[in-house]
Write a protein that binds this ligand. Structure first.
Ligand code: NAD
Ligand code: UD2
Length: 303
């Protein structure tokens, strides 16, 4: 039985991962400051250390006696990085350096959450792992920084890591009431309650939505692939969906009419984000199994 640390384990993706680790019989320890996560999300049988991932002493304590670590703690919002550049940087990049630094002292392999935001202004779609990274947001720049420090961790300190570039993840437990939450959780919540939704810009911008259960499978498969070469993999469906198409599909699935208005586009926003899932398919033997329709039905059923 392995002991696994999950930072951000009280959050949306982390809570699903912890449940999967418990289900396969691992001991699970969570480090979370409960800033956007909630104790109610803690997987049954997991232990919780409440603390800040950017504090080296806290992270060293959390990693003691651990066999492997999933590092998901972050301020997971492009928009919040616009509002609070330095504050988000402390968690998103310094927190990762603190984690990697402690992990090399304990010799613990790390799988960490990167993001499609590292691609930023890349213009050829779909995005594969070999294209140049040109982040447009502080959030994307910090996630790219995580990948670069993971390379340093491998090269200089012999630490094994793997990074996952999550595209737009959705599913149950993504908090719909936060203004910084994902578009799917916000739209599902509002449309089912007969409330209007707001589209930023013209709504023709597209995203690659990937269901959380597929993301968890990818996280589990990535740990054996962690190496000092610090590989990174896209976690995406390879299917584009516009914000307008998404709103219409949710209205259709929930049997509600759509009340939609437009607001100014968001700053630092990417117009089109579409991933190429081939590398993960080839090297991890995995590709997303859940269609958008199926994943939305699960998300609506959870509300
Ligand atoms: P989330 O906000 O639900 O989870 C993040 C968790 O980290 C929360 O429980 C929060 O309380 C915790 N946390 C935040 N700051 C912390 C700190 N300083 N110390 C300790 N804990 C802290 O978000 P999520 O969607 O589950 O995101 C998980 C990871 O995946 C993040 O690294 C995020 O950047 C990345 N990611 C998510 C998406 C997505 O579509 N949801 C896309 C790309 C990348
Ligand atoms: C997502 C991730 C982020 C990062 C990025 C990578 C979330 C919450 N964030 O950011 O962590 O990895 O992908 O590129 O998943 N929108 C509306 N109305 C709303 C809410 C959103 O029109 O009420 C639009 C928004 O302008 C954007 C799209 O929907 O065009 C998706 O927005 P989002 O906040 O769900 O995610 P994104 O792509 O900004």
């Amino acid at each position: 039985m392995a002991t696994i640390l999950v930072t951000g384990g009280c959050g949306f993706i982390g809570s699903h991962l912890c449940a999967a680790l418990r289900a396969r019989g691992d001991r699970v320890r969570v480090l979370d400051d409960l800033s956007t996560g909630s104790e109610a999300n803690l997987a049954p049988g997991a232990s919780l250390l409440i603390g800040d991932v950017s504090r080296p002493a806290t992270v060293r304590q959390a990693l003691a006696g651990v066999d492997a670590c999933y590092h998901l703690a972050a301020i997971a919002s492009v928009e919040r990085g616009v509002q609070d550049w330095y504050g988000t940087h402390c968690t998103n990049l310094s927190g990762t350096v603190a984690l990697l630094d402690a992990a090399r002292l304990h010799g613990v392999p790390v799988v960490y959450a990167s993001s499609a935001a590292v691609y930023g202004a890349a213009d050829a779609l779909p995005l594969h792992e070999g294209v140049a990274t040109r982040p447009l947001s502080a959030y994307g720049a910090d996630k790219l920084g995580c990948e670069q420090h993971a390379l340093v961790a491998g090269h200089t300190h012999g630490l094994r890591t793997a990074g996952l570039r999550f595209f737009n993840v959705y599913g149950p437990r993504q908090d719909p009431r936060s203004p910084y939450s994902g578009v799917i959780s916000i739209f599902c919540d509002r449309i089912t309650r007969g409330q209007p939704v707001q589209v930023f810009g013209d709504g023709e911008q597209t995203r690659d939505f990937v269901y959380v259960a597929d993301v968890v499978r990818m996280l589990l498969a990535a740990m054996p692939a962690a190496s000092t070469a610090a590989p990174v993999y896209n976690v995406c469906s390879g299917q584009p969906t516009s914000v307008l198409e998404l709103a219409a599909l949710i209205a259709d699935l929930s049997g509600q009419s759509l009340d939609l208005s437009h607001a100014a586009p968001r700053a630092a926003e990417i117009r089109h984000s579409l991933g190429q899932p081939a590398l993960a398919r080839r090297e991890l033997g995995l590709q997303p199994q859940t269609s958008l329709r199926e994943g939305l039905a699960e998300t609506l059923a959870w509300l």
